[in-house]
Design a binder for this molecule. Structure first.
Ligand code: PLP
Length: 430
């Protein structure tokens, strides 16, 4: 297997670093978790990326989750082009916003009203503000290894890039800003019970990645989500499911449909923007009506609900209404997960495999991964070798152990089989 040539990417990375900190606009892209030089992308089509040196890769990052239909789906591209021609933003309401709101609500009945924003970070930040305004309480419970965007008060023991780069707590956040954040281990209902039994009536909300996807993929333990629902009900705490990654991903109705638990508020992003910048938060009417201009909790956005992003979201969610989409995704994802597991087993490489729908993860560790502490036991050096071995063979996985593998509707049986075959070669070098 000859190494791929990435001279142009190497040059671009040097150039980028002269004008952009670290050469990237989001840290994990810099390959800090695996070493080496990031590849610079020229284009994406279907399940493939092409870099500026002309190499093609089967892409399992999918822009970190949004691209459930793959790159440049012609149905989305056409409608976005039409929308752009009508003007890109008005700062005034459109019917498109109603359409997208209704498409989300249809899939997630817990969402009676919804507010569009521009990123997942904005969604979680606003949902927490709203929960605090609604309950008139200050404390927030989050879980170690869960990532909710780069909101000041939530960058405590955070997953994703914060874990990859070994900075779960960021400088630049005054201690006073996080003193109301209580960080507890994921999948441990006793820890939540213990805190709430003492301070339940001080806690505004519990925010959780109901299927964690930012410390690798860690599914909720049996009855964990039901336990959270029970405790939050008992103490009048707002339960927020952060479904920025999982919404329309693990199922049409997200984790809440899959596990049949109704949160008070839900945060969304990624898929609902169809590849454009969108976030949203929604939930119970009486909570949502706390937001300005109906209620006193302020939140606004110049480009929120802009017609181009709304159109991409609408086009995507209309396609996702067809249940056959999720059946196909389930088959392909199962095939990939089973293949990767078999490769590890045959080669006697200790690994723990998780999957919920089209999100999956191979953790290089011999112990089950159930929370942040067990996730961090992984052999990240081995992951780096895996990553580069796959990249050289034309398969683009996340440049970090602590991220999900995303399968899209356009990953075919052949691409999956090729991926497993390539992993079969790479595993011998691990
Ligand atoms: C990606 C993600 C966010 C942040 O969304 P951005 O659009 O990157 O700001 C928040 N929560 C979860 C669960 C995510 O996966």
């Amino acid at each position: 297997m000859s190494k791929i040539i990435t001279e142009k990417s190497k040059k671009a990375f040097l150039d980028a670093q002269s004008v952009i900190p670290g050469g990237v606009n989001s840290p994990v892209r810099a390959f800090g978790g695996v070493g080496g030089t990031p590849i610079f992308i020229k284009s994406g089509s279907g399940c493939c990326l092409t870099d500026i040196d002309g190499n093609r890769y089967v892409d399992y990052v999918g822009s970190w989750g949004p691209l459930i239909l793959g790159h440049a789906d012609p149905r989305i591209v056409k409608r976005v082009n039409e929308a752009v021609a009508n003007g890109t933003s008005y700062g005034a309401p459109t019917e498109l916003e109603i359409q997208l709101a209704k498409l989300v609500k249809e899939a997630m009945p817990s969402i009676e009203k919804i507010r569009m924003v521009n990123s997942g970070t904005e969604a979680t930040m606003s949902a927490i503000r709203l929960a605090r305004g609604h309950t008139k309480r200050d404390e927030v419970i989050k879980f170690e290894g869960c990532y909710h965007g780069h909101v000041d008060s939530l960058l405590v023991q955070a997953g994703s890039g914060a874990t990859t780069l070994g900075m779960p707590n960021s400088p630049g956040i005054p201690g006073d800003f996080v003193k109301h954040t209580i960080s507890l281990p994921y999948n441990n209902i006793d820890a939540v019970n213990e805190v709430c039994s003492r301070r339940g009536n001080e806690i505004a909300c519990i925010i959780v990645e109901a299927v964690a996807g930012n410390m690798g993929v860690v599914p909720p333990a049996k009855n964990y989500l039901a336990g959270l629902r029970e405790i939050t009900k008992k103490y009048g705490i707002v339960l927020i499911f952060d479904e920025v990654m999982t919404g329309f991903r693990v199922a049409h109705g997200g984790v809440q449909a899959l596990y049949n638990i109704t949160p008070d508020l839900t945060t969304l992003g990624k898929i609902i923007g169809g590849g454009l910048p969108v976030g949203a938060y929604g939930g119970k009417k009486e909570i949502m009506d706390g937001i300005s201009p109906v209620g006193p909790v302020y939140q606004a956005g110049t480009l929120s609900g802009n017609p181009v992003a709304m159109t991409a979201g609408i086009a995507t969610l209309e396609i996702l209404k067809d249940n056959a989409v999720y059946k196909g995704l389930e088959e392909r994802s199962k095939q990939l997960a089973a293949g990767m597991e078999k490769v590890c087993n045959d080669a006697n490489i200790p690994a723990y495999h998780t999957r919920v729908g089209s999100m999956l993860c191979t953790f290089f560790t011999s112990k089950p991964v159930v929370d942040y502490a067990t996730a961090k036991l992984c052999d990240t050096g081995r992951y780096a070798k895996f990553f580069h071995g796959m990249l050289e063979r034309g398969f683009y996985f996340a440049p970090s152990q602590f991220e999900a593998v995303f399968v899209s509707t356009v990953h075919g049986e052949k691409e999956i089989n090729d991926t497993i075959a390539a992993f079969g070669e790479v595993v011998k070098t691990l």
